[in-house]
Structure formats: structure tokens, C-alpha cells
Ligand binder design. Structure first.
Ligand SMILES: Cc1ncc(COP(=O)(O)O)c(C=O)c1O
Length: 434
């Protein structure tokens, strides 16, 4: 595979941008080799600057749920851009997108837009503290909620990929009110609430952790979290930045929470609600959300928040995420995931294939991974071999063993056949490397 141009641009990028990248996992440090510089994408396929084509199983880490350059999203963006790009004032599209989100999650009365998942979560935490008049936040090791200071302790995603337990620059003061527990540990949650329940503002959790690889909640875990916080006058912040409107028309909660009979108090969304543009949101009941300025005293603002183009793209994306689309996403994920697992088994490569709705990932180790400690025991070198073999064969996977894989609705039967054929070769290469 000729990657001369990607190599040359990456050498140049490293002189002007730290590591040559605008977000760390993209640098390929965990898997070795050169990150690809992409120039175009249509449907399920993306093309790099050297003209190589890849079937995309990253999909911009989730937003491209309909595939690249989807005609309806393209049309919405193009027609909106003709009328300027930003006003820093209210616009119709943000109202329509808020209404669409609230229609999908009926337990929410209000949504507020920001520009990234990090901001959505940061604001949710501030709001939870203000609403309860308490300081402590409980999070789980290996969950990633963006890079705000208070939550950058034992985080997943790039922090896990690079093996950084905590980040320099975050002071002890900024994390002194953050309690970190092991995921899926019912007893630890029980214990901390016995000990400090009256000081805890909220538990924040990913609806299903997908930033340490995919780790599904143990049966009843999310309901247990909701029941526990509510018993103690605290709140549940359900981080659906990754799962929101990817797992079902109502996100993770719409598929599982609704059925299991629990509700969160504040939900955070991102990725899919922008269809590839920088937008995210937090949503919840009016009595909590109306604490935000200008209705209440909790401050939050943004120059580009609710931007008309981002909201147009998000709205067009959600409008095209029909129940048929979710069926197809589920089906593609199942066939690809199970097929790759079968290829790994046939090559005698130890692995755990884990799913959460249509999100999935593989841990190169035996046995279920149910928390971050387990996840760290995987063989990341084996993942690198598998990743690089797939890349050489034109399949673009997340360049980290600590990330979930994302299908788009644009994946065809031919794509699936190509992915599974490549996986057979990659599994054998992985076996040979062990
Ligand atoms: C669950 C979760 N929360 C928050 C974030 C942060 O979102 P952003 O990267 O848009 O700041 C992410 C990003 O991957 C995420 O997966």
C-alpha cells in the first residue's frame, strides 16, 4: 500500500501540531505506523490522500451513522450554508433539533446545546452540583466523559490508550470531589453511599462503557445506579454521547432503560446529533434544566452553541435514523462482529467479543471483561497486529484496543464479505505473532 503522501503530511504536521494530531488516538501511537490523511468519503468508504480506499468501521467515532456524505445531510448543510454560517443568536434549526431529541427521550423536557461532548458533560456535572447543593461526583474507572478536569481521573479512550492514569495539569483540588469506583461493582456503590451518601451530587456513567473497549453493564446495574442515587437524593447523569441515538431511536435508555423501568436525571448527547458537525447537548427535566442561565443561576454559554449548520446536519441525520436504519445497524454489527469472532476462534486467537447494542469490540484475552482492570489485561500487541493487517487490506478500524467499533447504515453485503475475508487473514497473522 502506497502511503507516501500520508507520511509526508504527517512529518509536516508534527512540526506545527503536537504529535501531528488534533486528538491523541489518531496518532497511531498505540498500533504503530502512519495515520492516514483522509480526503473524501462516500457511504461506507473513505479515501486517503494517496488514493487508497478503506471500508470505515470508525465513522468519525460515531457521528457518521448514515455513512459519509449522506445526500439528505449534504443537502441540509448546503442549503443552510448559503444563508451564512453563524449568527450567535437563536435560530429555527436548534429548536427543531431540541424538539426531535425530546421526542425521542420523553422523560426530558429541555435540551441545551454546546459544541462538544466534553462541554455537555462538564455542564451536566455543574448542574447536578447546583441542583443538589452537594459537591461529590462518582465516576467509574475506564469510563470516558471528555477531558474536563474533574473527570480526567482513570479515564478511558485516549487516556487508556496511552496508559496515562491521570493527567498532569489537573490539580488535586480539581479532582478532590471525584470518587472513582470499579465499573459493575454493586457493592462499591452501596458502600460509598452508606459512607458519604449525603455529600454525593451525582453518579456519572456511560450508558454502556465503550471507551475501554466495549464493556456491557451487568444485568440491572444501570437500574441499581438510578435507584441508589434517588434513594439518597442524588442524581444520575447518563452519558449517552456515544450511545445516544446510535443504539435505538431513544438511545441506550430508549432501548434498555425504558424497558428496565429506570430514568436518569440528566442525559448527555453528542456525535450522532451533529451528523459529523461539532455539537452536543444535555437534556433533562425542566426543574433541573431551568437552573441554567438565563432562567437560573448556573452559568453556561458558547459563541457557536446551537450553530445553524451543525443543527441542520444533526436534524437531517436524526430524521433519517428510522427504525429500519436501526435494524440494519444491529444486523450489520452482529454479522461483522460474530464473523470476526469466528475467524479469531478458527485461528486459535484468545479473545472476548463484547457487544452493547450495535457497538462492539474485541479484547485479545480470554474471558469476559467487566471493568477497567480486566480491560488492561488484554494483549494490545495482538490487537496491533490484527489492526495493521486489516488496514493493509483496506479495513479501517479504531487505532486502539480501548475503543468501540462503529458501523454505519451505508455498509453493504459486499462490504461485510470484504471485512470478513480480511479478518480471516488478519486472524492468521495475529496467531502467527503470538
Ligand atoms: C461517552 C463519552 N462522553 C463524552 C465524550 C466527549 O465528547 P467530545 O469528544 O465530543 O468532547 C466522549 C467522546 O468520545 C464519549 O464517548
Amino acid at each position: 500500500m502506497n502511503i507516501t503522501e500520508s507520511k509526508s503530511w504527517h512529518s509536516r504536521a508534527k512540526l506545527s501540531i503536537p504529535g501531528g494530531v488534533s486528538s491523541p488516538v489518531r496518532a497511531f501511537h498505540a498500533v504503530g505506523g502512519t495515520p492516514r490523511y483522509f480526503v473524501s468519503g462516500v457511504g461506507s468508504r473513505i479515501r486517503d490522500i494517496d488514493g487508497n480506499e478503506y471500508i470505515d468501521l470508525v465513522n468519525s467515532w460515531g457521528p457518521m451513522i448514515l455513512g459519509h456524505a449522506h445526500p439528505a445531510v449534504l443537502e441540509a448543510v448546503q442549503s443552510t450554508t448559503k444563508n451564512s454560517f453563524s449568527f450567535g443568536a437563536p435560530n429555527k434549526n436548534e429548536v427543531l433539533l431540541a424538539e426531535e431529541i425530546l421526542r425521542r427521550v420523553p422523560s426530558c423536557d429541555r435540551a441545551r446545546f454546546v459544541s462538544s461532548g466534553t462541554e455537555a458533560v462538564m455542564t451536566a456535572v455543574r448542574l447536578a452540583r447546583a441542583a443538589t447543593n452537594r459537591n461529590l461526583i462518582v465516576k467509574f474507572a475506564g469510563c470516558y466523559h471528555g477531558h474536563s478536569d474533574a473527570l480526567l481521573v482513570q479515564a478511558g479512550s485516549g487516556v487508556a490508550t496511552l496508559g496515562l492514569p491521570n493527567s498532569p495539569g489537573v490539580t488535586p483540588g480539581q479532582t478532590q470531589d471525584t470518587i472513582v469506583l470499579d465499573y459493575n461493582d454493586f457493592q462499591a456503590v452501596e458502600d460509598i453511599f452508606q459512607l458519604r451518601g449525603s455529600e454525593i451530587a451525582a453518579i456519572i456513567t456511560e450508558a454502556t462503557p465503550a471507551n475501554m473497549g466495549l464493556v456491557p453493564p451487568a444485568e440491572g446495574f444501570n437500574k441499581f445506579l438510578a435507584d441508589t442515587v434517588h434513594k439518597h437524593g442524588a442524581l444520575l447523569i447518563l452519558d449517552e454521547v456515544m450511545t445516544g441515538f446510535r443504539i435505538s431511536p431513544g438511545g441506550w435508555w430508549g432501548k434498555y432503560g425504558h424497558q428496565e423501568g429506570w430514568e436518569a436525571d440528566i442525559y448527555t448527547f453528542g456525535k450522532v446529533i451533529g451528523g459529523g458537525f461539532p455539537i452536543a447537548a444535555l437534556a433533562g427535566k425542566a426543574e433541573i434544566m431551568d437552573l441554567l442561565a438565563p432562567m437560573g443561576p448556573v452559568y453556561q454559554a458558547g459563541t457557536l452553541s446551537g450553530n445553524p449548520i451543525a443543527t441542520a446536519a444533526g436534524l437531517a441525520t436524526l430524521e433519517n435514523c428510522t427504525s429500519e436504519v436501526y435494524d440494519q445497524l444491529d444486523n450489520s454489527a452482529r454479522v461483522i462482529g460474530a464473523g470476526i469472532s469466528a475467524a479469531l476462534s478458527a485461528a486459535n486467537v484468545n479473545h472476548s467479543y463484547q457487544t452493547g447494542g450495535n457497538l462492539f469490540s474485541f479484547f485479545f484475552k480470554q474471558g469476559l471483561v467487566s471493568n477497567f482492570d480486566d480491560a488492561k489485561k488484554q494483549n494490545t500487541d495482538a490487537f496491533s497486529v490484527f489492526f495493521n493487517s486489516m488496514l493493509q487490506q483496506g479495513i479501517y478500524l479504531p487505532p486502539s484496543a480501548f475503543e468501540a467499533w462503529f458501523v454505519s447504515n451505508a455498509i453493504t453485503a459486499q462490504d461485510v464479505a470484504s471485512i470478513l475475508a480480511a479478518a480471516k487473514v488478519a486472524a492468521e497473522a495475529t496467531a502467527a505473532s503470538l
